[in-house]
Design a binder for this molecule. Structure first.
Ligand SMILES: Cc1cc2nc3c(=O)[nH]c(=O)nc-3n(C[C@H](O)[C@H](O)[C@H](O)COP(=O)(O)OP(=O)(O)OC[C@H]3O[C@@H](n4cnc5c(N)ncnc54)[C@H](O)[C@@H]3O)c2cc1C
Length: 815
C-alpha cells in the first residue's frame, strides 16, 4: 500500500495500544485514520507480554479502564470474527497481613460500585478453588472472577482487524522518522514518504521518548527489564485441568511481589523484584535504534528469592523444569500510570504510551484516547493518566529513580500518611532548611517539597510508622496541636508551587466572564471561579485576584499547573489583545491563619488590616513588598501572603519572630486538609473532578445562567437544572472507627449502594470524622442516616446541612 496523502489521525506505533486507539476512532466514526508501525504489529512490548488481564486497581479511573477492557475482550473475537485465546480463570490475591486484607476490602467495595463481583476469601475457600496452594501463613485473599489471560498478539490483531473492517488503514514496516507542523495539523515523515494529518498520536511504547522528541516534548519515562519464567508441565496441574475442565486461577502473592499463572499445564512465574534493573538509562547502555521482537539476556539471579518463595507457596512448582525465560523491556512513568491524553505544550498531538500494564488497559485506553481526540473530553475523569500531571521537574534522573521504586514496589499498598522516598527534593522553597530544622516531615507536591506535619522531640518519624491505614500515628497529636493553634492563635504554612497565571490586557475581564461558569470578582477583590466542560462537569477551580479592570492573577493547585494553563490557552480567542503567562516560579505563598494573625501583622506590616474578607492589597512586611489576600482555606481569620521568591526567607523569619509571643507555630498540609474539610472546601481531583457536574457538586452558586456570556457547559447545565440532578454533594459526619473514609468509599442505604465518598479526614476542631461525597439526591437531606463502608466495615453517617461544620456563618473568617 502506498501512503495516503492525508489522514485525519496518524497513530505512531502498532502495539496493542495503538491498535486499540485506531479501533476506537473507527468505532466512533473516524475511519479516515492511519496507523504507522516501524516493524510488524506487536513488535514492541506487546509480543512478549504475559497477557494477564486483571480488573483489580486501587485507582477509580484505572479500574474503569480495566473493567471496560475485560468486557471488550470478551466480545471482540466474535464481533470482528477473529478468534482469540482468552482464559477467564479468575485470580486470587493473597494477604499476609491485616493491612493487606483492609486494602482488599476497600477494592472489593470499589469494584462493587463499578458493578464487579470481587470477593474476599478465607484460606479454606482459596484451597477449594486452588488445591495446590499452601496457606498456613495467609489471612485470606481477594478473588477477582474477571481476571484471566489473553494472547496479546491475537487481541492486537483483532483490534487491528476491527479497525480495518471499518475503513481505517495500517501501514507496517513504516518507521516514522520525524514530524513537522503545517500550521493547522502535522506532516508525518516516514521512510515510505509523508502523510499530512489533523492529529497525531504517540503510541510508541518504550520508544515514546524518541517519538516525543520529534515534537520537542520530553516524555517522562524510563525502561525497566521485566522477566517471567515458564515451567514444564506439572502432572498435578494437568490432572486438575483434566478433572475440572478449566485452568487454575491466577495467583498474585502481592506481599512477596509476584504472580504465578497456569500456562498450558505448567506455570508462569512473573516477579516484580526489589533488586530490579533499568535499561538504556546511561551513555554506556544506549537505546538501540530498533529492538523489534528482541529480548534482554536472561537474568535469573535477580529472581532466585521469588522462585523459592513461589515453590513454598505452590510446592508442585519445585518438581517442574524451567522451560523458558522472557526478559523484555517495559516502560514506566514516574507514577507507574500510562500517559493518555493531550501532549503537553503541543497542539493537535496526543499521547497513548508508556504502559506498564498495557494488555489489560489497552481496551479502556483506546476508548479514552478516541474521546479525547473526537470529543475533547472523556467519559471518566482520567487525571490519573493525564500527561499534564507531570510538569517540568521530571528529568531523566527523576524518572529512573521513580520507575525503579515503583517497579520494586509494584504491588505495595499506598498508605495515607506514607511518602515514597525516591526522586525527592526536586523543588525546594527558600525556607526549606528552616522547616526541616523545625521537624517538618516533607511531602512532594508537583515536585515541590512541602511540610506535611511537624514532628516534636521523641516522635517516631520512620517510614515504617507510616505503613498503616489508621488515623492514629506519631503525627496525630502534632496535627491536633497545629489545628488548635490555628483555632486559638496562629499557624503558618509555607506553600511553594501554587500555580499562578497572569492575565492582563484589553478584554481580559470580558474573556474571563465567558471562561468561567459564574461571576468574577470586582477590582481589589478575590474570589473563586469554576470552569466546566461541554457536559457541565467540573474541569477546574481557580482563585482569582483582580488588580485592575483587565488585570488578574488566576491561582490554582500545584499539580494543576500544566492542566490549567493549557485549559486557559485552549479557550483564548484568536484575536486576544490581552496576554496570559505562567508566573508560578516568580512568587511564593504563605498561608497565615488564626485569630492572632491580625495582631502579628499589625506589628510588622503597614497594611490596612481592617479590609474585609475576600479583599487583597499591596503592603509591606518590615519594608518588603507582599500582596496580602484576606482569605483562609483553614476557615479562620487569616491572609495568604504572596511575595517575590527572593524575599521568602525574610518574610517568613519576620512573621515567625513577631508571632512567637502570640503562639504562632508552623503547620503542615495534613493540618490544612483537616481544617479545610471542616469547612467543606473541596480539593481538586478529589472532590472536584469531571466525574461530577457542577450542579451535582453543589456548586450552583458559582453558576450564572443569566449572564450574557455563553460559557462552555451552559446548555448542559441549563438542561440539568430543569431535569434535576440524580446525585448531590454532601458533607457527612461519620461514626468511624480507627480509620477515616478514604477516597471512593462506598455509601450504603437500606442495603443498596447510594454513592461514594470523595475525601475523608478527622476534624480536630469539631472532634469528628468527616467525609465529603456524592449521594443519591433523595438522601441528600440534612439528618438522613446512611452508612459508609471503610475497609470492609460499615459505619453510621449523618448527612449535614449544606454549610460548613466549623463556623457555619464564616464569622471567624470575617472577624
Ligand atoms: C515480560 C513482560 C510481561 C508483561 N506482561 C503483561 C501482562 O501480563 N499484562 C499486561 O497488561 N501487560 C504486560 N506487560 C506490559 C505490556 O507488554 C505493555 O504495557 C504493552 O505491550 C504496551 O503496549 P503499547 O502498544 O503501548 O507498546 P508496544 O507494544 O511497545 O508498541 C509500540 C509500537 O510502536 C512502534 N514504534 C516505535 N517507534 C516507532 C516509530 N518511530 N515509527 C513507527 N512505529 C514505532 C514499535 O515498533 C512498537 O510496535 C508485560 C511486559 C513485559 C516486558
Amino acid at each position: 500500500m502506498s501512503l495516503p496523502e492525508h489522514a485525519r489521525v496518524v497513530i505512531i506505533g502498532g502495539g496493542i495500544v495503538g491498535c486499540s486507539a485506531l479501533y476506537h476512532l473507527a468505532q466512533k466514526g473516524w475511519s479516515d485514520c492511519l496507523l504507522l508501525e516501524k516493524n510488524e504489529l506487536t513488535a514492541g512490548s506487546t509480543w512478549h507480554a504475559a497477557g494477564n488481564v486483571p480488573t483489580f486497581s486501587n485507582s477509580w479511573s484505572l479500574m474503569n479502564m480495566q473493567r471496560y477492557s475485560v468486557d471488550l475482550y470478551q466480545r471482540l473475537g466474535a464481533e470482528v470474527d477473529y478468534p482469540i485465546n482468552y482464559h477467564v480463570t479468575g485470580s486470587i490475591r493473597l494477604a499476609h497481613t491485616q493491612e493487606r486484607m483492609a486494602e482488599f476490602e476497600r477494592v472489593v467495595a470499589m469494584g462493587r460500585t463499578q458493578g464487579m463481583d470481587l470477593k474476599i476469601m478465607s484460606p479454606t475457600e482459596m484451597v477449594e478453588i486452588y488445591p495446590l496452594l499452601e496457606t498456613h501463613d495467609l489471612l485470606g485473599g481477594l478473588f477477582d472472577p474477571g481476571d484471566g489471560d489473553i494472547d496479546p498478539a491475537q487481541i492486537t490483531q483483532a483490534l487491528a482487524k476491527g479497525a480495518r473492517d471499518k475503513g481505517a488503514k495500517i501501514e507496517r514496516f513504516c518507521p516514522v522518522t520525524d514530524v513537522r507542523s503545517d500550521g493547522a495539523g502535522w506532516i508525518v515523515e516516514t521512510t515510505k514518504g509523508e502523510v499530512a494529518c489533523d492529529y497525531v498520536v504517540n503510541a510508541a511504547g518504550y520508544y515514546a521518548r524518541e517519538v516525543g522528541n520529534m515534537f520537542g516534548r520530553d516524555v517522562p519515562m524510563m525502561v525497566m527489564s521485566h522477566q517471567y519464567i515458564l515451567f514444564d508441565e506439572v502432572d498435578e496441574i494437568a490432572a486438575f485441568s483434566k478433572s475440572t475442565g478449566h485452568h487454575l486461577p491466577l495467583l498474585r502473592d502481592v506481599d512477596s511481589s509476584y504472580y504465578l499463572r497456569q500456562e498450558k499445564n505448567g506455570l508462569n512465574l512473573g516477579p516484580y523484584e526489589r533488586g530490579c534493573k533499568a535499561h538504556w538509562t546511561t551513555p554506556d547502555d544506549p537505546m538501540p535504534e530498533d529492538f523489534s521482537f528482541q529480548l534482554f539476556p536472561d537474568d535469573l539471579e535477580r529472581l532466585e528469592w521469588y522462585l523459592e518463595d513461589a515453590m513454598a507457596r505452590v510446592p508442585v512448582l519445585a518438581t517442574a523444569g524451567l522451560s523458558k525465560v522472557i526478559n523484555g523491556p517495559i516502560p514506566y512513568t514516574p507514577d507507574g500510570n500510562p500517559l493518555i491524553g493531550p501532549m503537553p505544550g503541543v497542539a493537535n498531538a496526543f499521547e497513548a504510551c508508556v504502559f506498564t500494564f498495557g494488555i489489560c488497559q489497552a481496551g479502556g485506553a483506546g476508548k479514552v484516547l478516541a474521546e479525547w481526540i473526537i470529543d475533547g473530553e472523556t467519559e471518566w475523569d482520567m487525571w490519573s493518566c493525564d500527561p499534564r500531571r507531570f510538569t517540568d521537574f521530571t528529568d531523566p534522573e527523576y524518572c529512573v529513580a521513580k520507575g525503579m521504586e515503583i517497579y520494586g514496589h509494584e504491588y505495595d499498598m499506598h498508605f495515607p500518611h506514607h511518602e515514597w522516598p525516591a526522586g525527592r527534593d526536586k523543588k525546594l522553597s527558600p525556607v526549606h532548611g528552616r522547616l526541616v530544622e523545625m521537624g517538618a516531615q516533607m511531602g512532594a507536591y508537583n515536585g515541590w517539597e512541602r511540610a506535611n506535619w511537624f514532628a516534636g522531640p521523641g516522635d517516631d518519624t520512620s517510614e515504617q510508622a507510616t505503613l498503616t491505614w489508621k488515623r492514629q500515628g506519631p503525627w496525630t497529636k502534632r496535627i491536633e496541636q497545629e489545628c488548635l493553634a490555628v483555632r486559638d492563635a496562629a499557624g503558618i504554612l509555607d506553600l511553594p508551587g501554587f500555580s499562578r497565571f497572569r492575565v492582563q490586557g484589553e478584554g481580559a475581564a470580558e474573556w474571563l466572564r465567558g471562561f468561567c461558569t459564574g461571576g468574577i470578582p470586582k477590582i481589589g477583590r478575590f474570589g473563586l471561579i469554576y470552569v466546566s466542560d461541554s457536559r457541565g462537569r467540573i474541569l477546574t477551580e481557580m482563585s482569582v485576584m483582580r488588580l485592575d479592570e483587565d488585570f488578574f492573577f488566576l491561582i490554582t493547585a500545584a499539580t494543576a499547573q500544566w492542566h490549567d494553563f493549557e485549559l486557559i490557552k485552549s479557550r483564548l480567542p484568536e484575536d486576544a489583545r490581552f496576554e496570559v503567562s505562567d508566573v508560578t516560579d516568580q512568587f511564593m505563598t504563605q498561608i497565615f491563619s488564626g485569630p492572632k494573625t491580625r495582631d502579628i501583622l499589625s506589628e510588622i506590616s503597614d497594611a490596612d488590616l481592617t479590609q474585609p474578607w475576600l479583599s487583597h492589597q499591596s503592603a509591606k512586611i518590615n519594608g518588603t513588598w507582599v500582596q496580602l489576600v484576606r482569605v483562609s482555606f483553614a476557615g479562620e481569620l487569616g491572609w495568604e501572603i504572596h511575595s517575590q521568591v527572593g524575599d521568602t526567607v525574610k518574610i517568613y523569619d519576620d512573621i515567625m519572630a513577631a508571632g512567637e509571643k502570640h503562639g504562632l507555630i508552623p503547620i503542615g498540609m495534613y493540618a490544612l486538609n483537616s481544617l479545610r474539610i471542616e469547612k467543606g472546601y473541596r480539593s481538586w481531583k478529589g472532590d472536584l473532578s469531571s466525574d461530577y457536574s457542577m450542579l451535582e457538586g453543589g456548586l450552583d452558586r458559582f453558576v450564572k445562567l443569566d449572564k450574557p456570556q455563553d460559557f462552555i457547559g451552559k446548555t448542559a447545565i441549563s438542561i440539568e437544572k430543569q431535569k434535576g440532578v440524580s446525585k448531590r454533594f454532601v458533607t457527612l459526619i461519620v461514626e468511624a472507627g480507627e480509620e477515616d473514609a478514604p477516597y471512593m468509599s462506598t455509601l450504603w442505604h437500606d442495603g443498596e449502594i447510594v454513592g461514594e465518598t470523595t475525601s475523608g479526614d478527622w476534624g480536630y476542631r469539631v472532634g469528628k470524622s468527616i467525609a465529603l461525597g456524592m449521594v443519591r439526591v433523595d438522601l441528600a437531606q440534612p439528618g438522613t442516616i446512611i452508612e459508609v463502608e471503610i475497609y470492609g466495615q460499615k459505619y453510621k453517617a449523618t448527612v449535614q446541612p449544606d454549610q460548613p461544620l466549623w463556623d457555619p456563618d464564616n464569622e471567624r473568617m470575617r472577624a
